[in-house]
Design a protein around this ligand. Structure first.
Ligand code: ADP
Ligand code: MG
Length: 215
């Protein structure tokens, strides 16, 4: 078994009748938090979607915790993803008919893990959401919704937390606060971060930068 949380090799992706993208190899050790930095159109979302197993590469491999992602069948991939990966997107995509706590518990049950009221509440409290656990998402502020999305992404202590431009819709102050919060929570849960942004100011927040240039 490899010591790397993530390894990519020779990844390329050809959009039908569109761009052909090639990504240099990426290898992350545990806790080697990494920023994927590039302008709009440089391939950040394409790369993260390949690493998440949302789309199949034209060539190349993705290995997470020693598991070759693309050797898994559809349902094996779903279950592997639910257990070992966490996601934060620009929009939270919470289920609006479920409470905050129920949204998080759903992530536990989708991963086939026991639902733990105690773990959910303790994580919500760390994110200053303890008093909102019974609220529906539409009764929360934007910042609170985003913290719920962070809790949902981390509840299963994923090996790899993938976040595609999580701060794109935030103002300057909140951008840095959210990045610090995601880092602190990932350290606590033992997850390794792979975060994309077009915001060059975040460069110094991460010791490891993977820079994409327009291809
Ligand atoms: P980023 O997330 O950095 O903005 P993307 O990964 O979305 O970049 O896009 C990388 C390149 O692939 C761009 O040139 C974009 O136009 C192209 N692209 C993205 N999605 C599609 C698509 N569905 N069909 C064709 N080309 C696409
Ligand atoms: Mg993108």
């Amino acid at each position: 078994m490899s010591d790397f949380v993530l390894k990519t090799s020779n990844l390329t992706y050809q959009y039908p009748k569109g761009s052909a993208l090639a990504f240099r190899d990426l290898q992350l050790e545990k806790q080697q938090h990494t920023l994927v930095l590039g302008d709009s159109g440089s391939g950040k979302s394409t790369l993260l979607n390949l690493i998440a197993g949302f789309s199949q590469p034209t060539t190349g491999n993705v290995t997470i915790n020693g598991q070759d992602l693309y050797s898994l069948s559809g349902s094996q991939l779903d279950s592997f993803r639910a257990k070992h990966l966490g996601f934060i997107f620009q929009e939270a995509h919470l289920l609006k008919n479920l409470t905050v706590a129920e949204n998080i518990k759903l992530a536990q049950s989708l991963a086939g893990l026991p639902v733990s009221e105690k773990d959910v509440q303790s994580l919500l409290e760390k994110l200053q959401l303890g008093e909102f656990s019974d609220r529906k998402p539409n009764a929360l502020s934007r910042g609170q919704v985003q913290r719920v999305a962070i809790a949902r992404a981390l509840i299963n202590k994923p090996a790899l937390l993938i976040a595609d431009e999580p701060t794109a819709s935030l103002d300057d102050r909140n951008t840095f606060l959210v990045i610090e919060l995601i880092k602190a929570m990932a350290n606590e849960q033992g997850s390794t971060l792979l975060i994309s942004t077009h915001d060059k100011r975040l460069k110094d927040e991460f010791s490891n930068n993977y820079i994409l240039t327009a291809q």
